[in-house]
Design a protein around this ligand. Structure first.
Ligand code: GDP
Ligand code: PGA
Ligand code: MN
Ligand code: MN
Length: 608
């Protein structure tokens, strides 16, 4: 027996068996059980430097931070390669890709066979949310990517302490659950074969098995496809758990807003990928006396508490933010967070002084190395950074992290915002009539596609609750779940629901609304609305601010522009009706009847 086998890495037989089974299948050269220690980080990041995946940034500028460039084909989530393999196809629904789980497993076992040859298999014990939660949400990710391992340490609570907690619970005979999450870049190395800086495979599969609460991912190293705690677990698998257990797993930021009088409100907001969650979560208000603190920028798990209110926690431990457009003006808090170091930057440009740069950042360099490894100057035709380039940085480094982040109970939510990118039609802000109408607004949310997923950019599509790529079951049933949460709970205690659009354009194609810190004016209207202070006009689509209820003091906008931002154009809305009708028809019998009633109501109010 070797030293390794006498020293079993865990006393949890189930985990050991699963890891051994995966090792048998994938044939790695080494197996490394991750501790999450600083030494391990140092060792892995050095190895990534040596293999050419990482370039260490200038420690005087960004300590302990790294640049990585992906293969140009592996830059975003691959929605067309993402599957919900429920046992019954009807449980997957019309918005997800489906394949029979047995068939999928056969295909993927074929791909996984020997796929880690020449590589190290990393075993990452992690927990989404708090280790001290009543039911900690454990997972074990097995991956052959050191890049993924390092990134997981930023994005999730992971390491030996998590494994020990599982062992403790196991030894005490307590029932707990862990999600097996298998990832491979899908590029085995033959003896003596030279590795590439970003191994991946043209064949990609991102697969969720909702009944088994299991994840299999193959062929991509990109965050959303490969850091399996994030989208695959905390949204797709968790949404299926939430359906079964009566809670909500949502694609939402969480923020804390304090008024000049010291009144605190908690807000969540669901916007599709690359539509402003991270920026709103860390906003620096332009209106005097108001304060924003952040709790999360991408995912919220929400449960009804004993007090009947909806409580939210952020299951993540870091930010995986869109780099382009981030700067000292748009998001100074993100800049302060990444400038503390300990961060990974993927697909941005590298400057000559060993710093990073991207479109929209201050101090444009005279020359840089683009994300494609090519020489770049401000005159270049190509972008220096991929539009979906990302920074990956610890949430604990954020100066405005709300202390409640560390509370496993989370925070009670006062308002839920839905929103997306719409050049036309959707006003800056309006309020839903009630929870069911709010669910209708969420279910019909529309947005122009972005670079966060592969495919065409700028095409309007329905993205219900900003969850289109993340609902781990039938979206019709998911709408029903939302309706049920409203029905089974005291409406007066539930959050009020709003819809926002920072992206409406004027005739010249420019943004009507300045956005970013100025969005605090909209947040102010929302909380004043909740407290019964802000006036609104009732329109066919919901309650829109009156011209003078929105605080525009010191705002550099003409009255006409403000009115244009708030305008509800009945003809534009009538044009939405057939699209919503077509969208709803997709779900057949699975669409809750009350949503048809809501559509009828909207149609009648529009006089259609
Ligand atoms: P997330 O992916 O939903 O977290 O979105 P981000 O907050 O990372 O923003 C995505 C992109 O939208 C970035 O390029 C931002 O600069 C841009 N953005 C965010 N908020 C606003 C806003 O209020 N107005 C405008 N015009 N752009 C915004
Ligand atoms: P985002 O997160 O929502 O911040 O873009 C990544 C994603 O959704 O792919
Ligand atoms: Mn997201
Ligand atoms: Mn984000």
């Amino acid at each position: 027996m070797t030293a390794e086998t006498t020293q079993a890495p865990t006393t949890h037989q189930g985990i050991l068996d699963w890891v051994n089974e995966i090792a048998q299948l994938t044939q790695p050269d080494h197996v490394h059980w991750c501790t999450g220690s600083d030494e391990e980080w140092a060792q892995l990041t050095s190895a990534l430097e040596a293999s050419g995946t990482f370039t260490r940034l200038n420690p005087a500028i960004k300590p302990n931070s790294f640049h990585a460039a992906s293969d140009p084909s592996d830059v975003a989530r691959v929605e067309d390669r993402t599957y919900i393999c429920s046992v019954d196809e009807a449980d997957c629904g019309p918005t997800n890709n489906w394949m029979d789980p047995h068939e999928m497993k056969d295909i993927m076992r074929g791909l996984y066979a020997g796929c880690m040859k020449g590589r190290t298999m990393y075993v990452i014990p992690f927990v989404m949310g708090h280790l001290e939660a009543e039911h900690p949400m454990f997972g074990i990710e097995v991956t052959d990517s050191a890049y993924v391992t390092v990134s997981m340490r930023v994005m999730a609570r992971m390491g030996t302490h998590v494994l020990r907690k599982m062992e403790e619970l196991d030894a005490a005979g307590q029932d707990f659950h862990w999600v097996p999450a298998l990832h491979s870049v899908g590029m085995p190395l033959e003896e003596g074969q030279q590795d590439v800086a970003w191994p991946c495979n043209d064949t990609k599969y991102i697969v969720q098995f909702p009944e088994e609460r299991m994840i299999w991912s193959f062929g991509s190293g990109y965050g959303g496809n490969a850091l399996l705690g994030k989208k695959c677990y905390a949204l797709r698998i968790a949404s299926a758990m939430a359906r079964d257990e009566g809670w909500l797993a949502e694609h939402m930021l969480i923020l804390k807003l304090t008024s000049p009088e010291g009144v605190v409100k908690y807000v969540t907001a669901a916007f599709p990928s690359a539509c402003g969650k991270t920026n709103l979560a860390m906003l620096e208000p332009t209106i005097p006396g108001w304060k924003v603190e952040t709790l999360g920028d991408d995912i919220a798990w929400m449960r009804i508490g004993e007090d009947g209110r909806l409580w939210a926690v952020n299951p993540e431990y870091g930010f995986f933010g869109v780099a382009p457009g981030t700067n000292e003006h748009t998001n100074p808090n993100a800049m302060r967070t990444i400038n503390k170091g300990n961060s990974v930057f993927t697909n941005v440009a590298l400057t000559e002084d060993g710093d990073i740069w991207w479109e929209g950042l201050e101090n444009t360099p005279d020359r840089a190395t683009s994300w494609k490894g090519e020489e770049w100057t401000p005159e270049s035709d190509e972008l220096s950074s991929h539009p979906n380039s990302r920074y990956c940085t610890p949430i604990k480094q954020c100066d405005i992290l709300a202390p409640e982040y560390d509370d496993p109970r989370g925070v009670p939510i006062d308002a839920i915002l839905f929103g997306g990118r719409r050049k036309t039609t959707v006003p800056l802000v309006f309020e839903a009539r009630d929870w069911t109408h709010g669910t209708f607004l969420g279910a019909t949310l529309s947005s122009e596609t972005t670079a966060a997923a592969t495919g065409q950019v700028g095409v309007v599509r329905r993205d219900p609750m900003a969850m289109l790529p993340f609902i781990g079951y039938n979206a019709g049933h998911y709408f029903n779940h939302w309706i049920t949460v409203g029905k089974e709970n005291d409406a007066a205690k539930l959050p009020r629901i709003f819809y926002v659009n920072w992206f409406r354009r004027d005739e010249d194609g420019g943004f009507l609304w300045p956005g970013f810190g100025e969005n605090s004016r909209v947040l102010k209207w929302i909380v004043e609305r909740i407290d019964g202070q802000a006036a609104a006009v009732e329109t066919p689509i919901g309650h829109v601010p009156t011209a003078d209820s929105l605080d525009v003091d010191g705002l550099d906008m003409t009255q006409e522009a403000i009115e244009a931002a708030l305008d509800v154009d009945v003809e534009e809305w009538k044009a939405e009706l057939p699209q919503i009708q077509e969208w709803f028809e997709k779900f057949g019998e699975d669409l809750p009847a009350v949503l048809w009633t809501e559509l009828d109501g909207l149609r009648a109010r529009l006089g259609d």
